[in-house]
Write a protein that binds this ligand. Structure first.
Ligand SMILES: [Zn+2]
Length: 230
């Protein structure tokens, strides 16, 4: 098992070192440059905080890995090992979205990124509301792209009727409609879809994004090769 050295010269056994930097999110092999064992006042468990330096040249940030002492079986007996719990501070990962969608709706991408950040920070009471708002921008900007003459009406229409009226692609329409139903649940006092949660909402928005990506790419090839191409 790897060890981390304390300023006292003592070596502490740990189950692992962080293999991903929480600042740049890259896979790394970091080296601990300092550590201390912390005696929590209200808990019996000992914890350890270790400072690591990210070796990624584009990052080179410090971060702290938090360990908790636990009893593990080793060979024929048991011994205390510090188990890695988390590493902080954490820079949220930006969601991967097709470039064509980011250009189509920068507002969607900004809101979607913020919702994803809230989600990664376990702020589950606001993440769903953010996803619902992001979905509205995605669908309305997509409808404006397909029906530029109706742009003003599209922007003024509520999301549900907007999907029914202006989205003709069956896959986008159904996924966006189901996502809207679950998204509305995130904003209301009483949930209607009690057997569904934010993970279903995320899955449906992800499906909507895939179908919108397919639609944009198909239109790009269509206009480049079928209309005026030879
Ligand atoms: Zn890093």
């Amino acid at each position: 098992m790897p060890t981390i050295s304390l300023p006292t010269g003592e070596f502490i056994e740990v189950n692992s070192s962080p293999d991903e930097c929480p600042r740049c999110n890259k896979h790394i092999h970091p080296k601990a440059i300092g550590a201390q064992v912390v005696e929590a006042s209200r808990r019996r468990t000992l914890t350890m905080e270790a400072i690591f330096l990210c070796p990624n040249h584009e990052c080179t940030s410090f971060f702290i890995a938090y360990y908790e002492q636990s009893l593990v079986s080793q060979g024929r007996g048991y011994s205390y090992v510090y188990k890695l719990v988390t590493a902080l501070p954490r820079t949220p990962k930006k969601p991967a979205v097709f470039d064509g969608i980011i250009s189509l709706s920068p507002n969607f991408y900004e809101i979607y990124s913020q919702a994803s950040e809230a989600d990664q920070r376990k702020l589950d009471q606001v993440a769903g509301v953010g996803y619902r708002k992001a979905l509205e921008f995605l669908v309305k900007d997509y409808c404006c792209l397909k029906r530029p003459d109706d742009a003003e009406k599209i922007r003024a229409t509520m999301l549900g009727p907007c999907i029914d009226r202006y989205v003709t692609d069956e896959n986008i329409r159904d996924c966006a409609k189901l996502a809207t139903w679950l998204g509305n649940d995130e904003t209301h006092y009483v949930r209607k879809w009690t057997d569904r949660d934010i993970n279903d909402l995320k899955a449906l928005i992800s499906l909507t994004l895939s179908w919108v990506e397919t639609s944009i790419k198909t239109d790009q090839y269509r206009s480049a090769m079928l209309n005026g191409g030879s």
